[in-house]
Design a protein around this ligand. Structure first.
Ligand code: FAD
Length: 415
């Protein structure tokens, strides 16, 4: 089979659906195809809450058919390659599809093999991850009887860089409730040298960590995991430092430091999906090489990329996609009218709703320069300073954002 679409979108996730819905809202006659293999679409931001037993996981899942906008041709298949010189996308079973404009939005792929031992231990026993199985995280947290609760993350870029910390804070709060906190050392070991890149947010988080008596270990690069012996092994970077030392069990192996754990939560090592390798679309770091303001590909002007797979020096979040989708849409319309892709206005906006316990949250909103850029609309919610913990922000996260996602953003409305 050989098909052609005016606009072809790879991926029916947050980014792919938002772009398609927004384009059709503006012009119903546009011919759009989406290649997406999955039956289901996920609202991933709520997995943090599901992993803390405060959100029904099933409500994070909807059928893909229900979010694909009417009028879009859904090609239910895996993209297996892209040949930008001939405007062709190849698929696993549906043959080749040609396009006038291509939107590359297949999200991120996980590669557990980058941290030896992780694959064997993944989502088993006391090793858990909200990224892949928040139900298992909740089981592990609920059944935790004390010892060392280790929270960590890989050295690769990950989706929602704050999510490992959210699991840390929510679990610590649960340990208080379940009565095991006084026999638990809660440890956060990370490759970074600071808790968060945005100053007012980092200030609050350091206070939260102090209040929660969390042991912070910076400059810790996760290199392997021994699931059987329950040890996470780290290479130590130049930026190593420690805050609030706890005397936990630590082993040495050459230059490596092994932290023994009784539960481990981590994000998976992440890369761009393999089908993009060799396509000529990636930069040398392995992400889709687009102009960071217009989201247009730096070599192929009829290709755009957004979302987790795009090489944008900001946090990979759905909130970022919310600001990126209108730019991609408008620029494709410019090209259709034989104009330049002149919309260069994406400033790196991303946001990270940092839940710090049940009923508490602060909202990190920032740009490429890591300036704190709170949405003026927060004032309408009577939130004066979103860099501080607030229960109204928790209400936003738990109730308002999921509603807006399914009912507005997936429908192409600009919120
Ligand atoms: C635990 C967790 C917590 C998070 N918390 C937040 C938060 O609080 N706030 C926030 O804004 N964001 C959060 N995020 C991040 C957010 O979910 C992502 O940034 C967002 O979904 C990115 O959209 P995307 O379209 O790029 O990728 P996705 O939404 O992941 O969609 C990618 C789509 O591409 C499809 N695909 C993959 N490979 C192929 C292929 N070969 N061919 C065709 N299709 C393919 C997939 O099936 C998928 O449907 C969180 C994520 C996680 C995991």
């Amino acid at each position: 089979m050989n098909t052609h679409h005016q606009v072809l979108i790879i991926g029916g996730g947050t980014a792919g659906i938002m772009v398609a819905a927004q384009m059709l809202k503006k012009d119903r006659t546009i011919d759009i195809g989406i290649v997406e293999p999955s039956d289901t679409h996920y609202y991933q931001p709520a997995w943090t809450l599901a992993g803390a037993g405060t959100f029904n996981y099933d409500k994070t899942v909807r059928s893909m058919a229900s979010v694909i906008p009417q009028g879009v041709n859904w090609i239910k298949d895996f993209v297996s390659g892209v040949a930008p010189e001939t405007n062709t996308v190849s698929t696993k079973t549906s043959g080749d599809i040609t396009y006038d404009y291509l939107v590359v939005a297949p999200g991120i792929a996980y590669d557990l093999s980058l941290v030896p031992g992780l694959e064997e231990a993944w989502d088993k026993g006391v090793v858990c991850s909200n990224y892949t199985n928040s139900k298992h995280t909740w089981d592990v947290v609920k059944n935790f009887k004390g010892g060392t609760a280790l929270f960590t993350q890989p050295t690769t870029p990950i989706k929602c860089g704050g999510a490992p910390q959210k699991a840390l804070y929510m679990s610590e709060d649960y340990f208080q409730k379940s009565g095991v906190r006084n026999k638990t050392n809660v440890v956060f070991a990370t490759n970074g040298g600071v808790i968060f890149g945005v100053e007012p947010i980092a200030d609050t988080l350091m206070k939260v960590n102090a209040k929660k008596d969390i042991n912070l270990r910076f400059g810790h690069q996760l290199v392997k995991v021994d699931g059987e012996k329950q040890i996470a092994w780290y290479a130590i970077g130049d930026n190593v430092s420690e805050v609030n030392h706890k005397d936990i069990e630590v082993s040495k192996e050459g230059d490596l430091v092994g932290i023994h754990f009784d539960m481990l939560h981590t994000a998976p090592p992440s890369i761009a999906p393999k089908f993009l390798q060799g396509s000529g679309l990636l930069n040398k770091e392995g992400w889709v090489d687009v102009n960071i303001n217009s989201l247009q590909h730096n070599t192929y002007s009829n290709i755009f990329s957004l979302g987790d797979v795009a090489a944008l020096p900001t946090a990979k979040t759905g909130a970022a996609v919310r600001k990126q989708a209108p730019i991609v849409m408008e620029n494709i319309f410019h090209l259709m009218k034989k104009e330049e892709a002149s919309n260069n206005s994406y400033n790196g906006y991303s946001s990270c709703p940092l839940v710090t316990g049940y009923g508490k949250m602060l909202l990190a909103e920032f740009d490429y320069q890591n300036n704190f850029t709170p949405d003026p609309k927060l004032k309408q919610l009577l939130i004066k300073d979103s860099s501080k913990e607030h229960w109204r922000l928790w209400i936003l996260k738990k109730y308002m954002l999921p509603y807006l996602y399914w009912n507005k953003m997936m429908k192409g409305e600009n919120v």
